[in-house]
Design a protein around this ligand. Structure first.
Ligand code: URA
Length: 225
């Protein structure tokens, strides 16, 4: 069907009046996901696999999430590394092994937390994700967290903390604070990334203190305090 110029102008005007372009822009940015009909992790995974982003062309696997889907604590990292990319599971490389040890030291383990990342694909050469990449995925991360519905989210490292909390504060300013964002009901804590602890082992003690505080806060929340 060929539309006349007049008809095309009318259609364009109607689109703009109806806010269709905003809806499309929202969907392209991923914001549509928060309002979408996605109600299961499987649906979210499917929607994420369809996101158009160049990093996925270099990745072997999409790394979604792992652990207890009803966990009270959700750990949020930055992006998969080489080992995670190979296995399709978050935090299984060197950083993950250290994270396992830290969790164990405070009486937690992989089986009773849920772990995911801001980005589900490994950026080429393990580079830091760009602002555009993390901004694109924030709505998916919010949906992911909402579906797990934890009481506490732990941002593991600066990229996770800055993206989720939308802040420019440094990790030393964020550590030790319970924070909230309007989109989530969970309390949000931030701590050092294990990759940083591998480079600066003297900070491991601080990280252990953070996790100890977090596990104590969890106990209080479970007791209704
Ligand atoms: N670093 C992260 O932030 N996430 C992983 O899954 C692995 C390393």
């Amino acid at each position: 069907m060929k539309l006349s110029k007049k008809k095309l102008r009318q259609v364009a005007e109607w689109f703009s009046e109806a806010g269709v372009s905003d809806i499309l822009a929202d969907a392209v940015q991923g914001h549509g996901v928060t309002k979408s009909g996605i109600s299961t992790l499987a649906e979210l995974k499917e929607a994420m696999s369809r996101v158009n982003i160049s990093i996925k062309e270099c990745a072997l696997n999409m790394v979604f999430g792992v652990g207890d889907e009803h966990a009270n604590i959700l750990l949020l990292g930055e992006a998969p590394g080489a080992e995670e990319d190979k296995q399709g599971v978050p935090f299984v490389g060197q950083s993950g092994q250290l994270l396992d040890k830290i969790l164990k030291a405070v009486g937690l383990d992989r089986a009773n937390v849920y772990i995911t990342n801001i980005l589900p694909w490994r950026p080429p050469g393990n580079r830091t994700p760009t602002t555009e990449e993390v901004t694109l995925f924030r709505p998916y991360v919010l949906k992911h967290i909402s579906l797990i519905n934890p009481k506490i989210v732990v941002c593991v490292g600066g990229t996770a903390a800055k993206t989720l909390l939308q802040t420019n504060e440094s990790m030393s300013q964020l550590r030790g604070r319970s924070m909230r964002i309007p989109e989530l009901s969970a309390e949000i804590f931030s701590t050092f990334h294990p990759a940083y602890l591998l480079r600066s082992p003297s900070q491991k003690r601080e990280s252990w203190i953070d996790f100890l505080n977090i596990s104590q806060r969890m106990e209080s929340l479970q007791d209704g305090r």
